[in-house]
Design a protein around this ligand. Structure first.
Ligand code: KIV
Ligand code: ZN
Length: 524
């Protein structure tokens, strides 16, 4: 059936499908393409690129990803067991060298009775017909009995067996609501291996949700029971509490090779850069205490730990920071560093900016080096990511800040005065014309609110602020501040990121980036 060695685990990444379904994580096509490229560089085997029937935008994203990256990874499209869904998934992955169609249908009693109102016979019939329909056009077909873990065991075995007979080459066993414990998930996979007569004709896959914080543990238990594909997402993003985190599973397998005896094709040095990219593209960031890729993952604060680390890093460190591409607080370059040195450092940190992006990041680096005593790797990465966070905009960032002045205090009304540069719209008759300068002033509850009001007035878009998170990128009173905002504008959630040593400026940049997204849609 497969020429893969039995110890090789297939990494199926669903950041762009299940991950994108998580609140506030939606991505546009350009952003999805950037994430897909990073996933290829990381070495994932299968990229679930989206749900093609969901919207023309989803179809287009899956199809572009298949065309651009279908020779580097298998590109997969999701489909319900409906003809229209299946045909859309087939067409969307068709341009890639290696395409997969993933069909799913709920099998548990609660879903059958309350959601689908279908009998077990109807479920089997629909699942078989759907796998067969996909198989007529695509060799690589995956079937998922949704809510498999809560499905009666006999019925689960029957559906899995019939799906394999119909042509499924991967059978995925979702713990859709994150209900199983590791032992229970192990048992269900082992039971399928022992009871389904044709199980050797397919790869068993895990798909664990994190509602009880057990997704990674359940996934690893599934592997121990014989599964050889894992479905996971970068940073564990996904429906509700998320999916199993790719970086946790991969590093558990690598660090505890002695125990699992399994391998993956992942270049683990790309884990941190990929995690930061997904954090910035989705606007969700990476939680400080996130296993493997969080900022604290290799920080040793207590004296006892620091002492042990100096004597021998193995006292408190089970993985080497460089093995996951971790960016620490190493002193980077100074204000006299040339372009070549800064570019080389960015490359070492895992970034490959184009000329335009690099010029902007370099200018901001020089400005930062003027304002700040020490500039760290993490500062340089933050400047780069703030730029990348807006780089998915179809019309680039049409609006940018020329100058910003605020006044506030314990008395008087907080005021902001802003000058914005409006770039000529691409493709417009004056597309090569001069940029226009707009000036306005506004008052607010505080200087940041006043900036936001002025930005809304100049650009002509009203926004409802949903979330505003500020954090320092490194230590020290002159540290770079990073602001992530989430706002609702033009009928959608938008995110934006800004960095500056001045948090008012960082807030204004973040708000402006999110408004630029709304403006891009307004122009389209
Ligand atoms: O959680 C789930 O059951 C899913 C299926 C579509 C595989 O995401
Ligand atoms: Zn899921």
């Amino acid at each position: 059936m497969s020429d893969r060695p039995d110890d090789r685990v297939v990494i199926f990444d669903t950041t762009l499908r299940d991950g994108e379904q998580s609140p506030g994580c939606s991505m546009n096509t350009d952003e999805k393409l950037r994430v897909a490229e990073a996933l290829c560089d990381l070495g994932v085997d299968v990229i679930e690129a989206g749900f093609p029937i969901a919207s023309p935008g989803d179809f287009d994203a899956v199809s572009q990803i298949a065309e651009r990256f279908g020779d580097r990874a298998t590109i997969c499209g999701l489909a319900r067991c409906r003809d229209g869904d299946i045909d859309a998934a087939i067409n969307a992955v068709a341009k890639g060298e290696r395409g997969r169609v993933h069909v799913f249908l709920a099998t548990s009693a609660i879903h059958r009775e309350h959601k689908l109102r279908m009998s077990t016979e109807q479920i089997v019939e629909r699942a078989v017909a759907s796998v067969q329909r996909a198989k007529e056009k695509v060799d690589d077909v995956e079937f998922s009995p949704e809510d498999a873990y809560r499905t009666e065991r006999d019925f689960l075995c029957e559906v899995v067996e019939k799906a394999i007979d119909a042509g499924a080459t991967t059978v995925n066993i979702p713990d859709t609501v994150g209900y199983a414990t590791p032992q229970q998930y192990f048992d269900v996979i082992k039971m399928l291996k022992e009871s389904v007569p044709n199980i050797d004709r397919a790869i068993i896959s895990t798909h664990c949700h994190d509602d009880l914080g057990l997704a990674a543990a359940n996934t690893l238990a599934g592997l121990e029971a014989g599964a050889r594909q894992v479905e996971c997402t970068i940073n564990g993003i996904g429906e509700r509490a998320g999916n199993a985190a790719l970086e946790e599973i991969v590093m558990a397998l690598k660090t505890r090779q002695d125990h699992f005896g399994l391998t993956t094709g992942i270049n683990t040095r790309k884990l941190s850069p990929t995690s930061r990219l997904v954090g910035s593209v989705t606007g969700q960031g990476v939680p400080r205490n996130k296993a493997v890729v969080g900022r604290n993952a290799f920080a040793h604060a207590s004296g006892i730990h620091q002492d042990g680390m100096l004597k021998n890093p193995a006292t408190y460190e089970i993985m080497k920071p460089e093995d996951v591409g971790f960016i620490g607080t190493d002193l980077v370059l100074g204000k006299h560093s040339g372009r070549a040195a800064v570019k080389a450092r960015l490359t070492e940190l895992g970034y490959t900016p184009n000329d335009e992006t690099f010029t902007e990041v370099f200018d901001r680096f020089i400005d930062l080096a003027d304002r700040k005593k020490e500039v760290f790797d993490a500062d340089l990465a933050a400047l780069m990511e703030a730029k990348l966070s807006g780089a998915g905009l179809a019309n680039r960032e049409r609006w940018s800040i020329k100058s910003l002045h605020t006044s506030s205090g314990t008395t008087g009304v907080p005021t902001a005065t802003l000058e914005l540069i409006e770039a000529p719209a691409a493709g417009s008759p004056d597309g090569d014309g001069e940029p226009t300068i707009h000036r306005d002033a506004a008052i607010g509850d505080g200087p940041i609110d006043a900036c936001f009001n002025a930005l809304e007035r100049i650009i002509g878009i009203e926004a409802r602020l949903e979330d505003f998170v500020v954090k320092s990128v490194t230590r020290g009173k002159d540290a770079l501040g990073q602001v992530d905002v989430r706002l609702y504008a033009g009928g959608r959630d938008r995110h934006g990121r800004g960095v500056s040593t001045d948090i008012i400026e960082a807030g204004a940049r973040a708000f402006l980036q999110a408004l630029n997204r709304a403006d891009a849609d307004r122009q389209a």
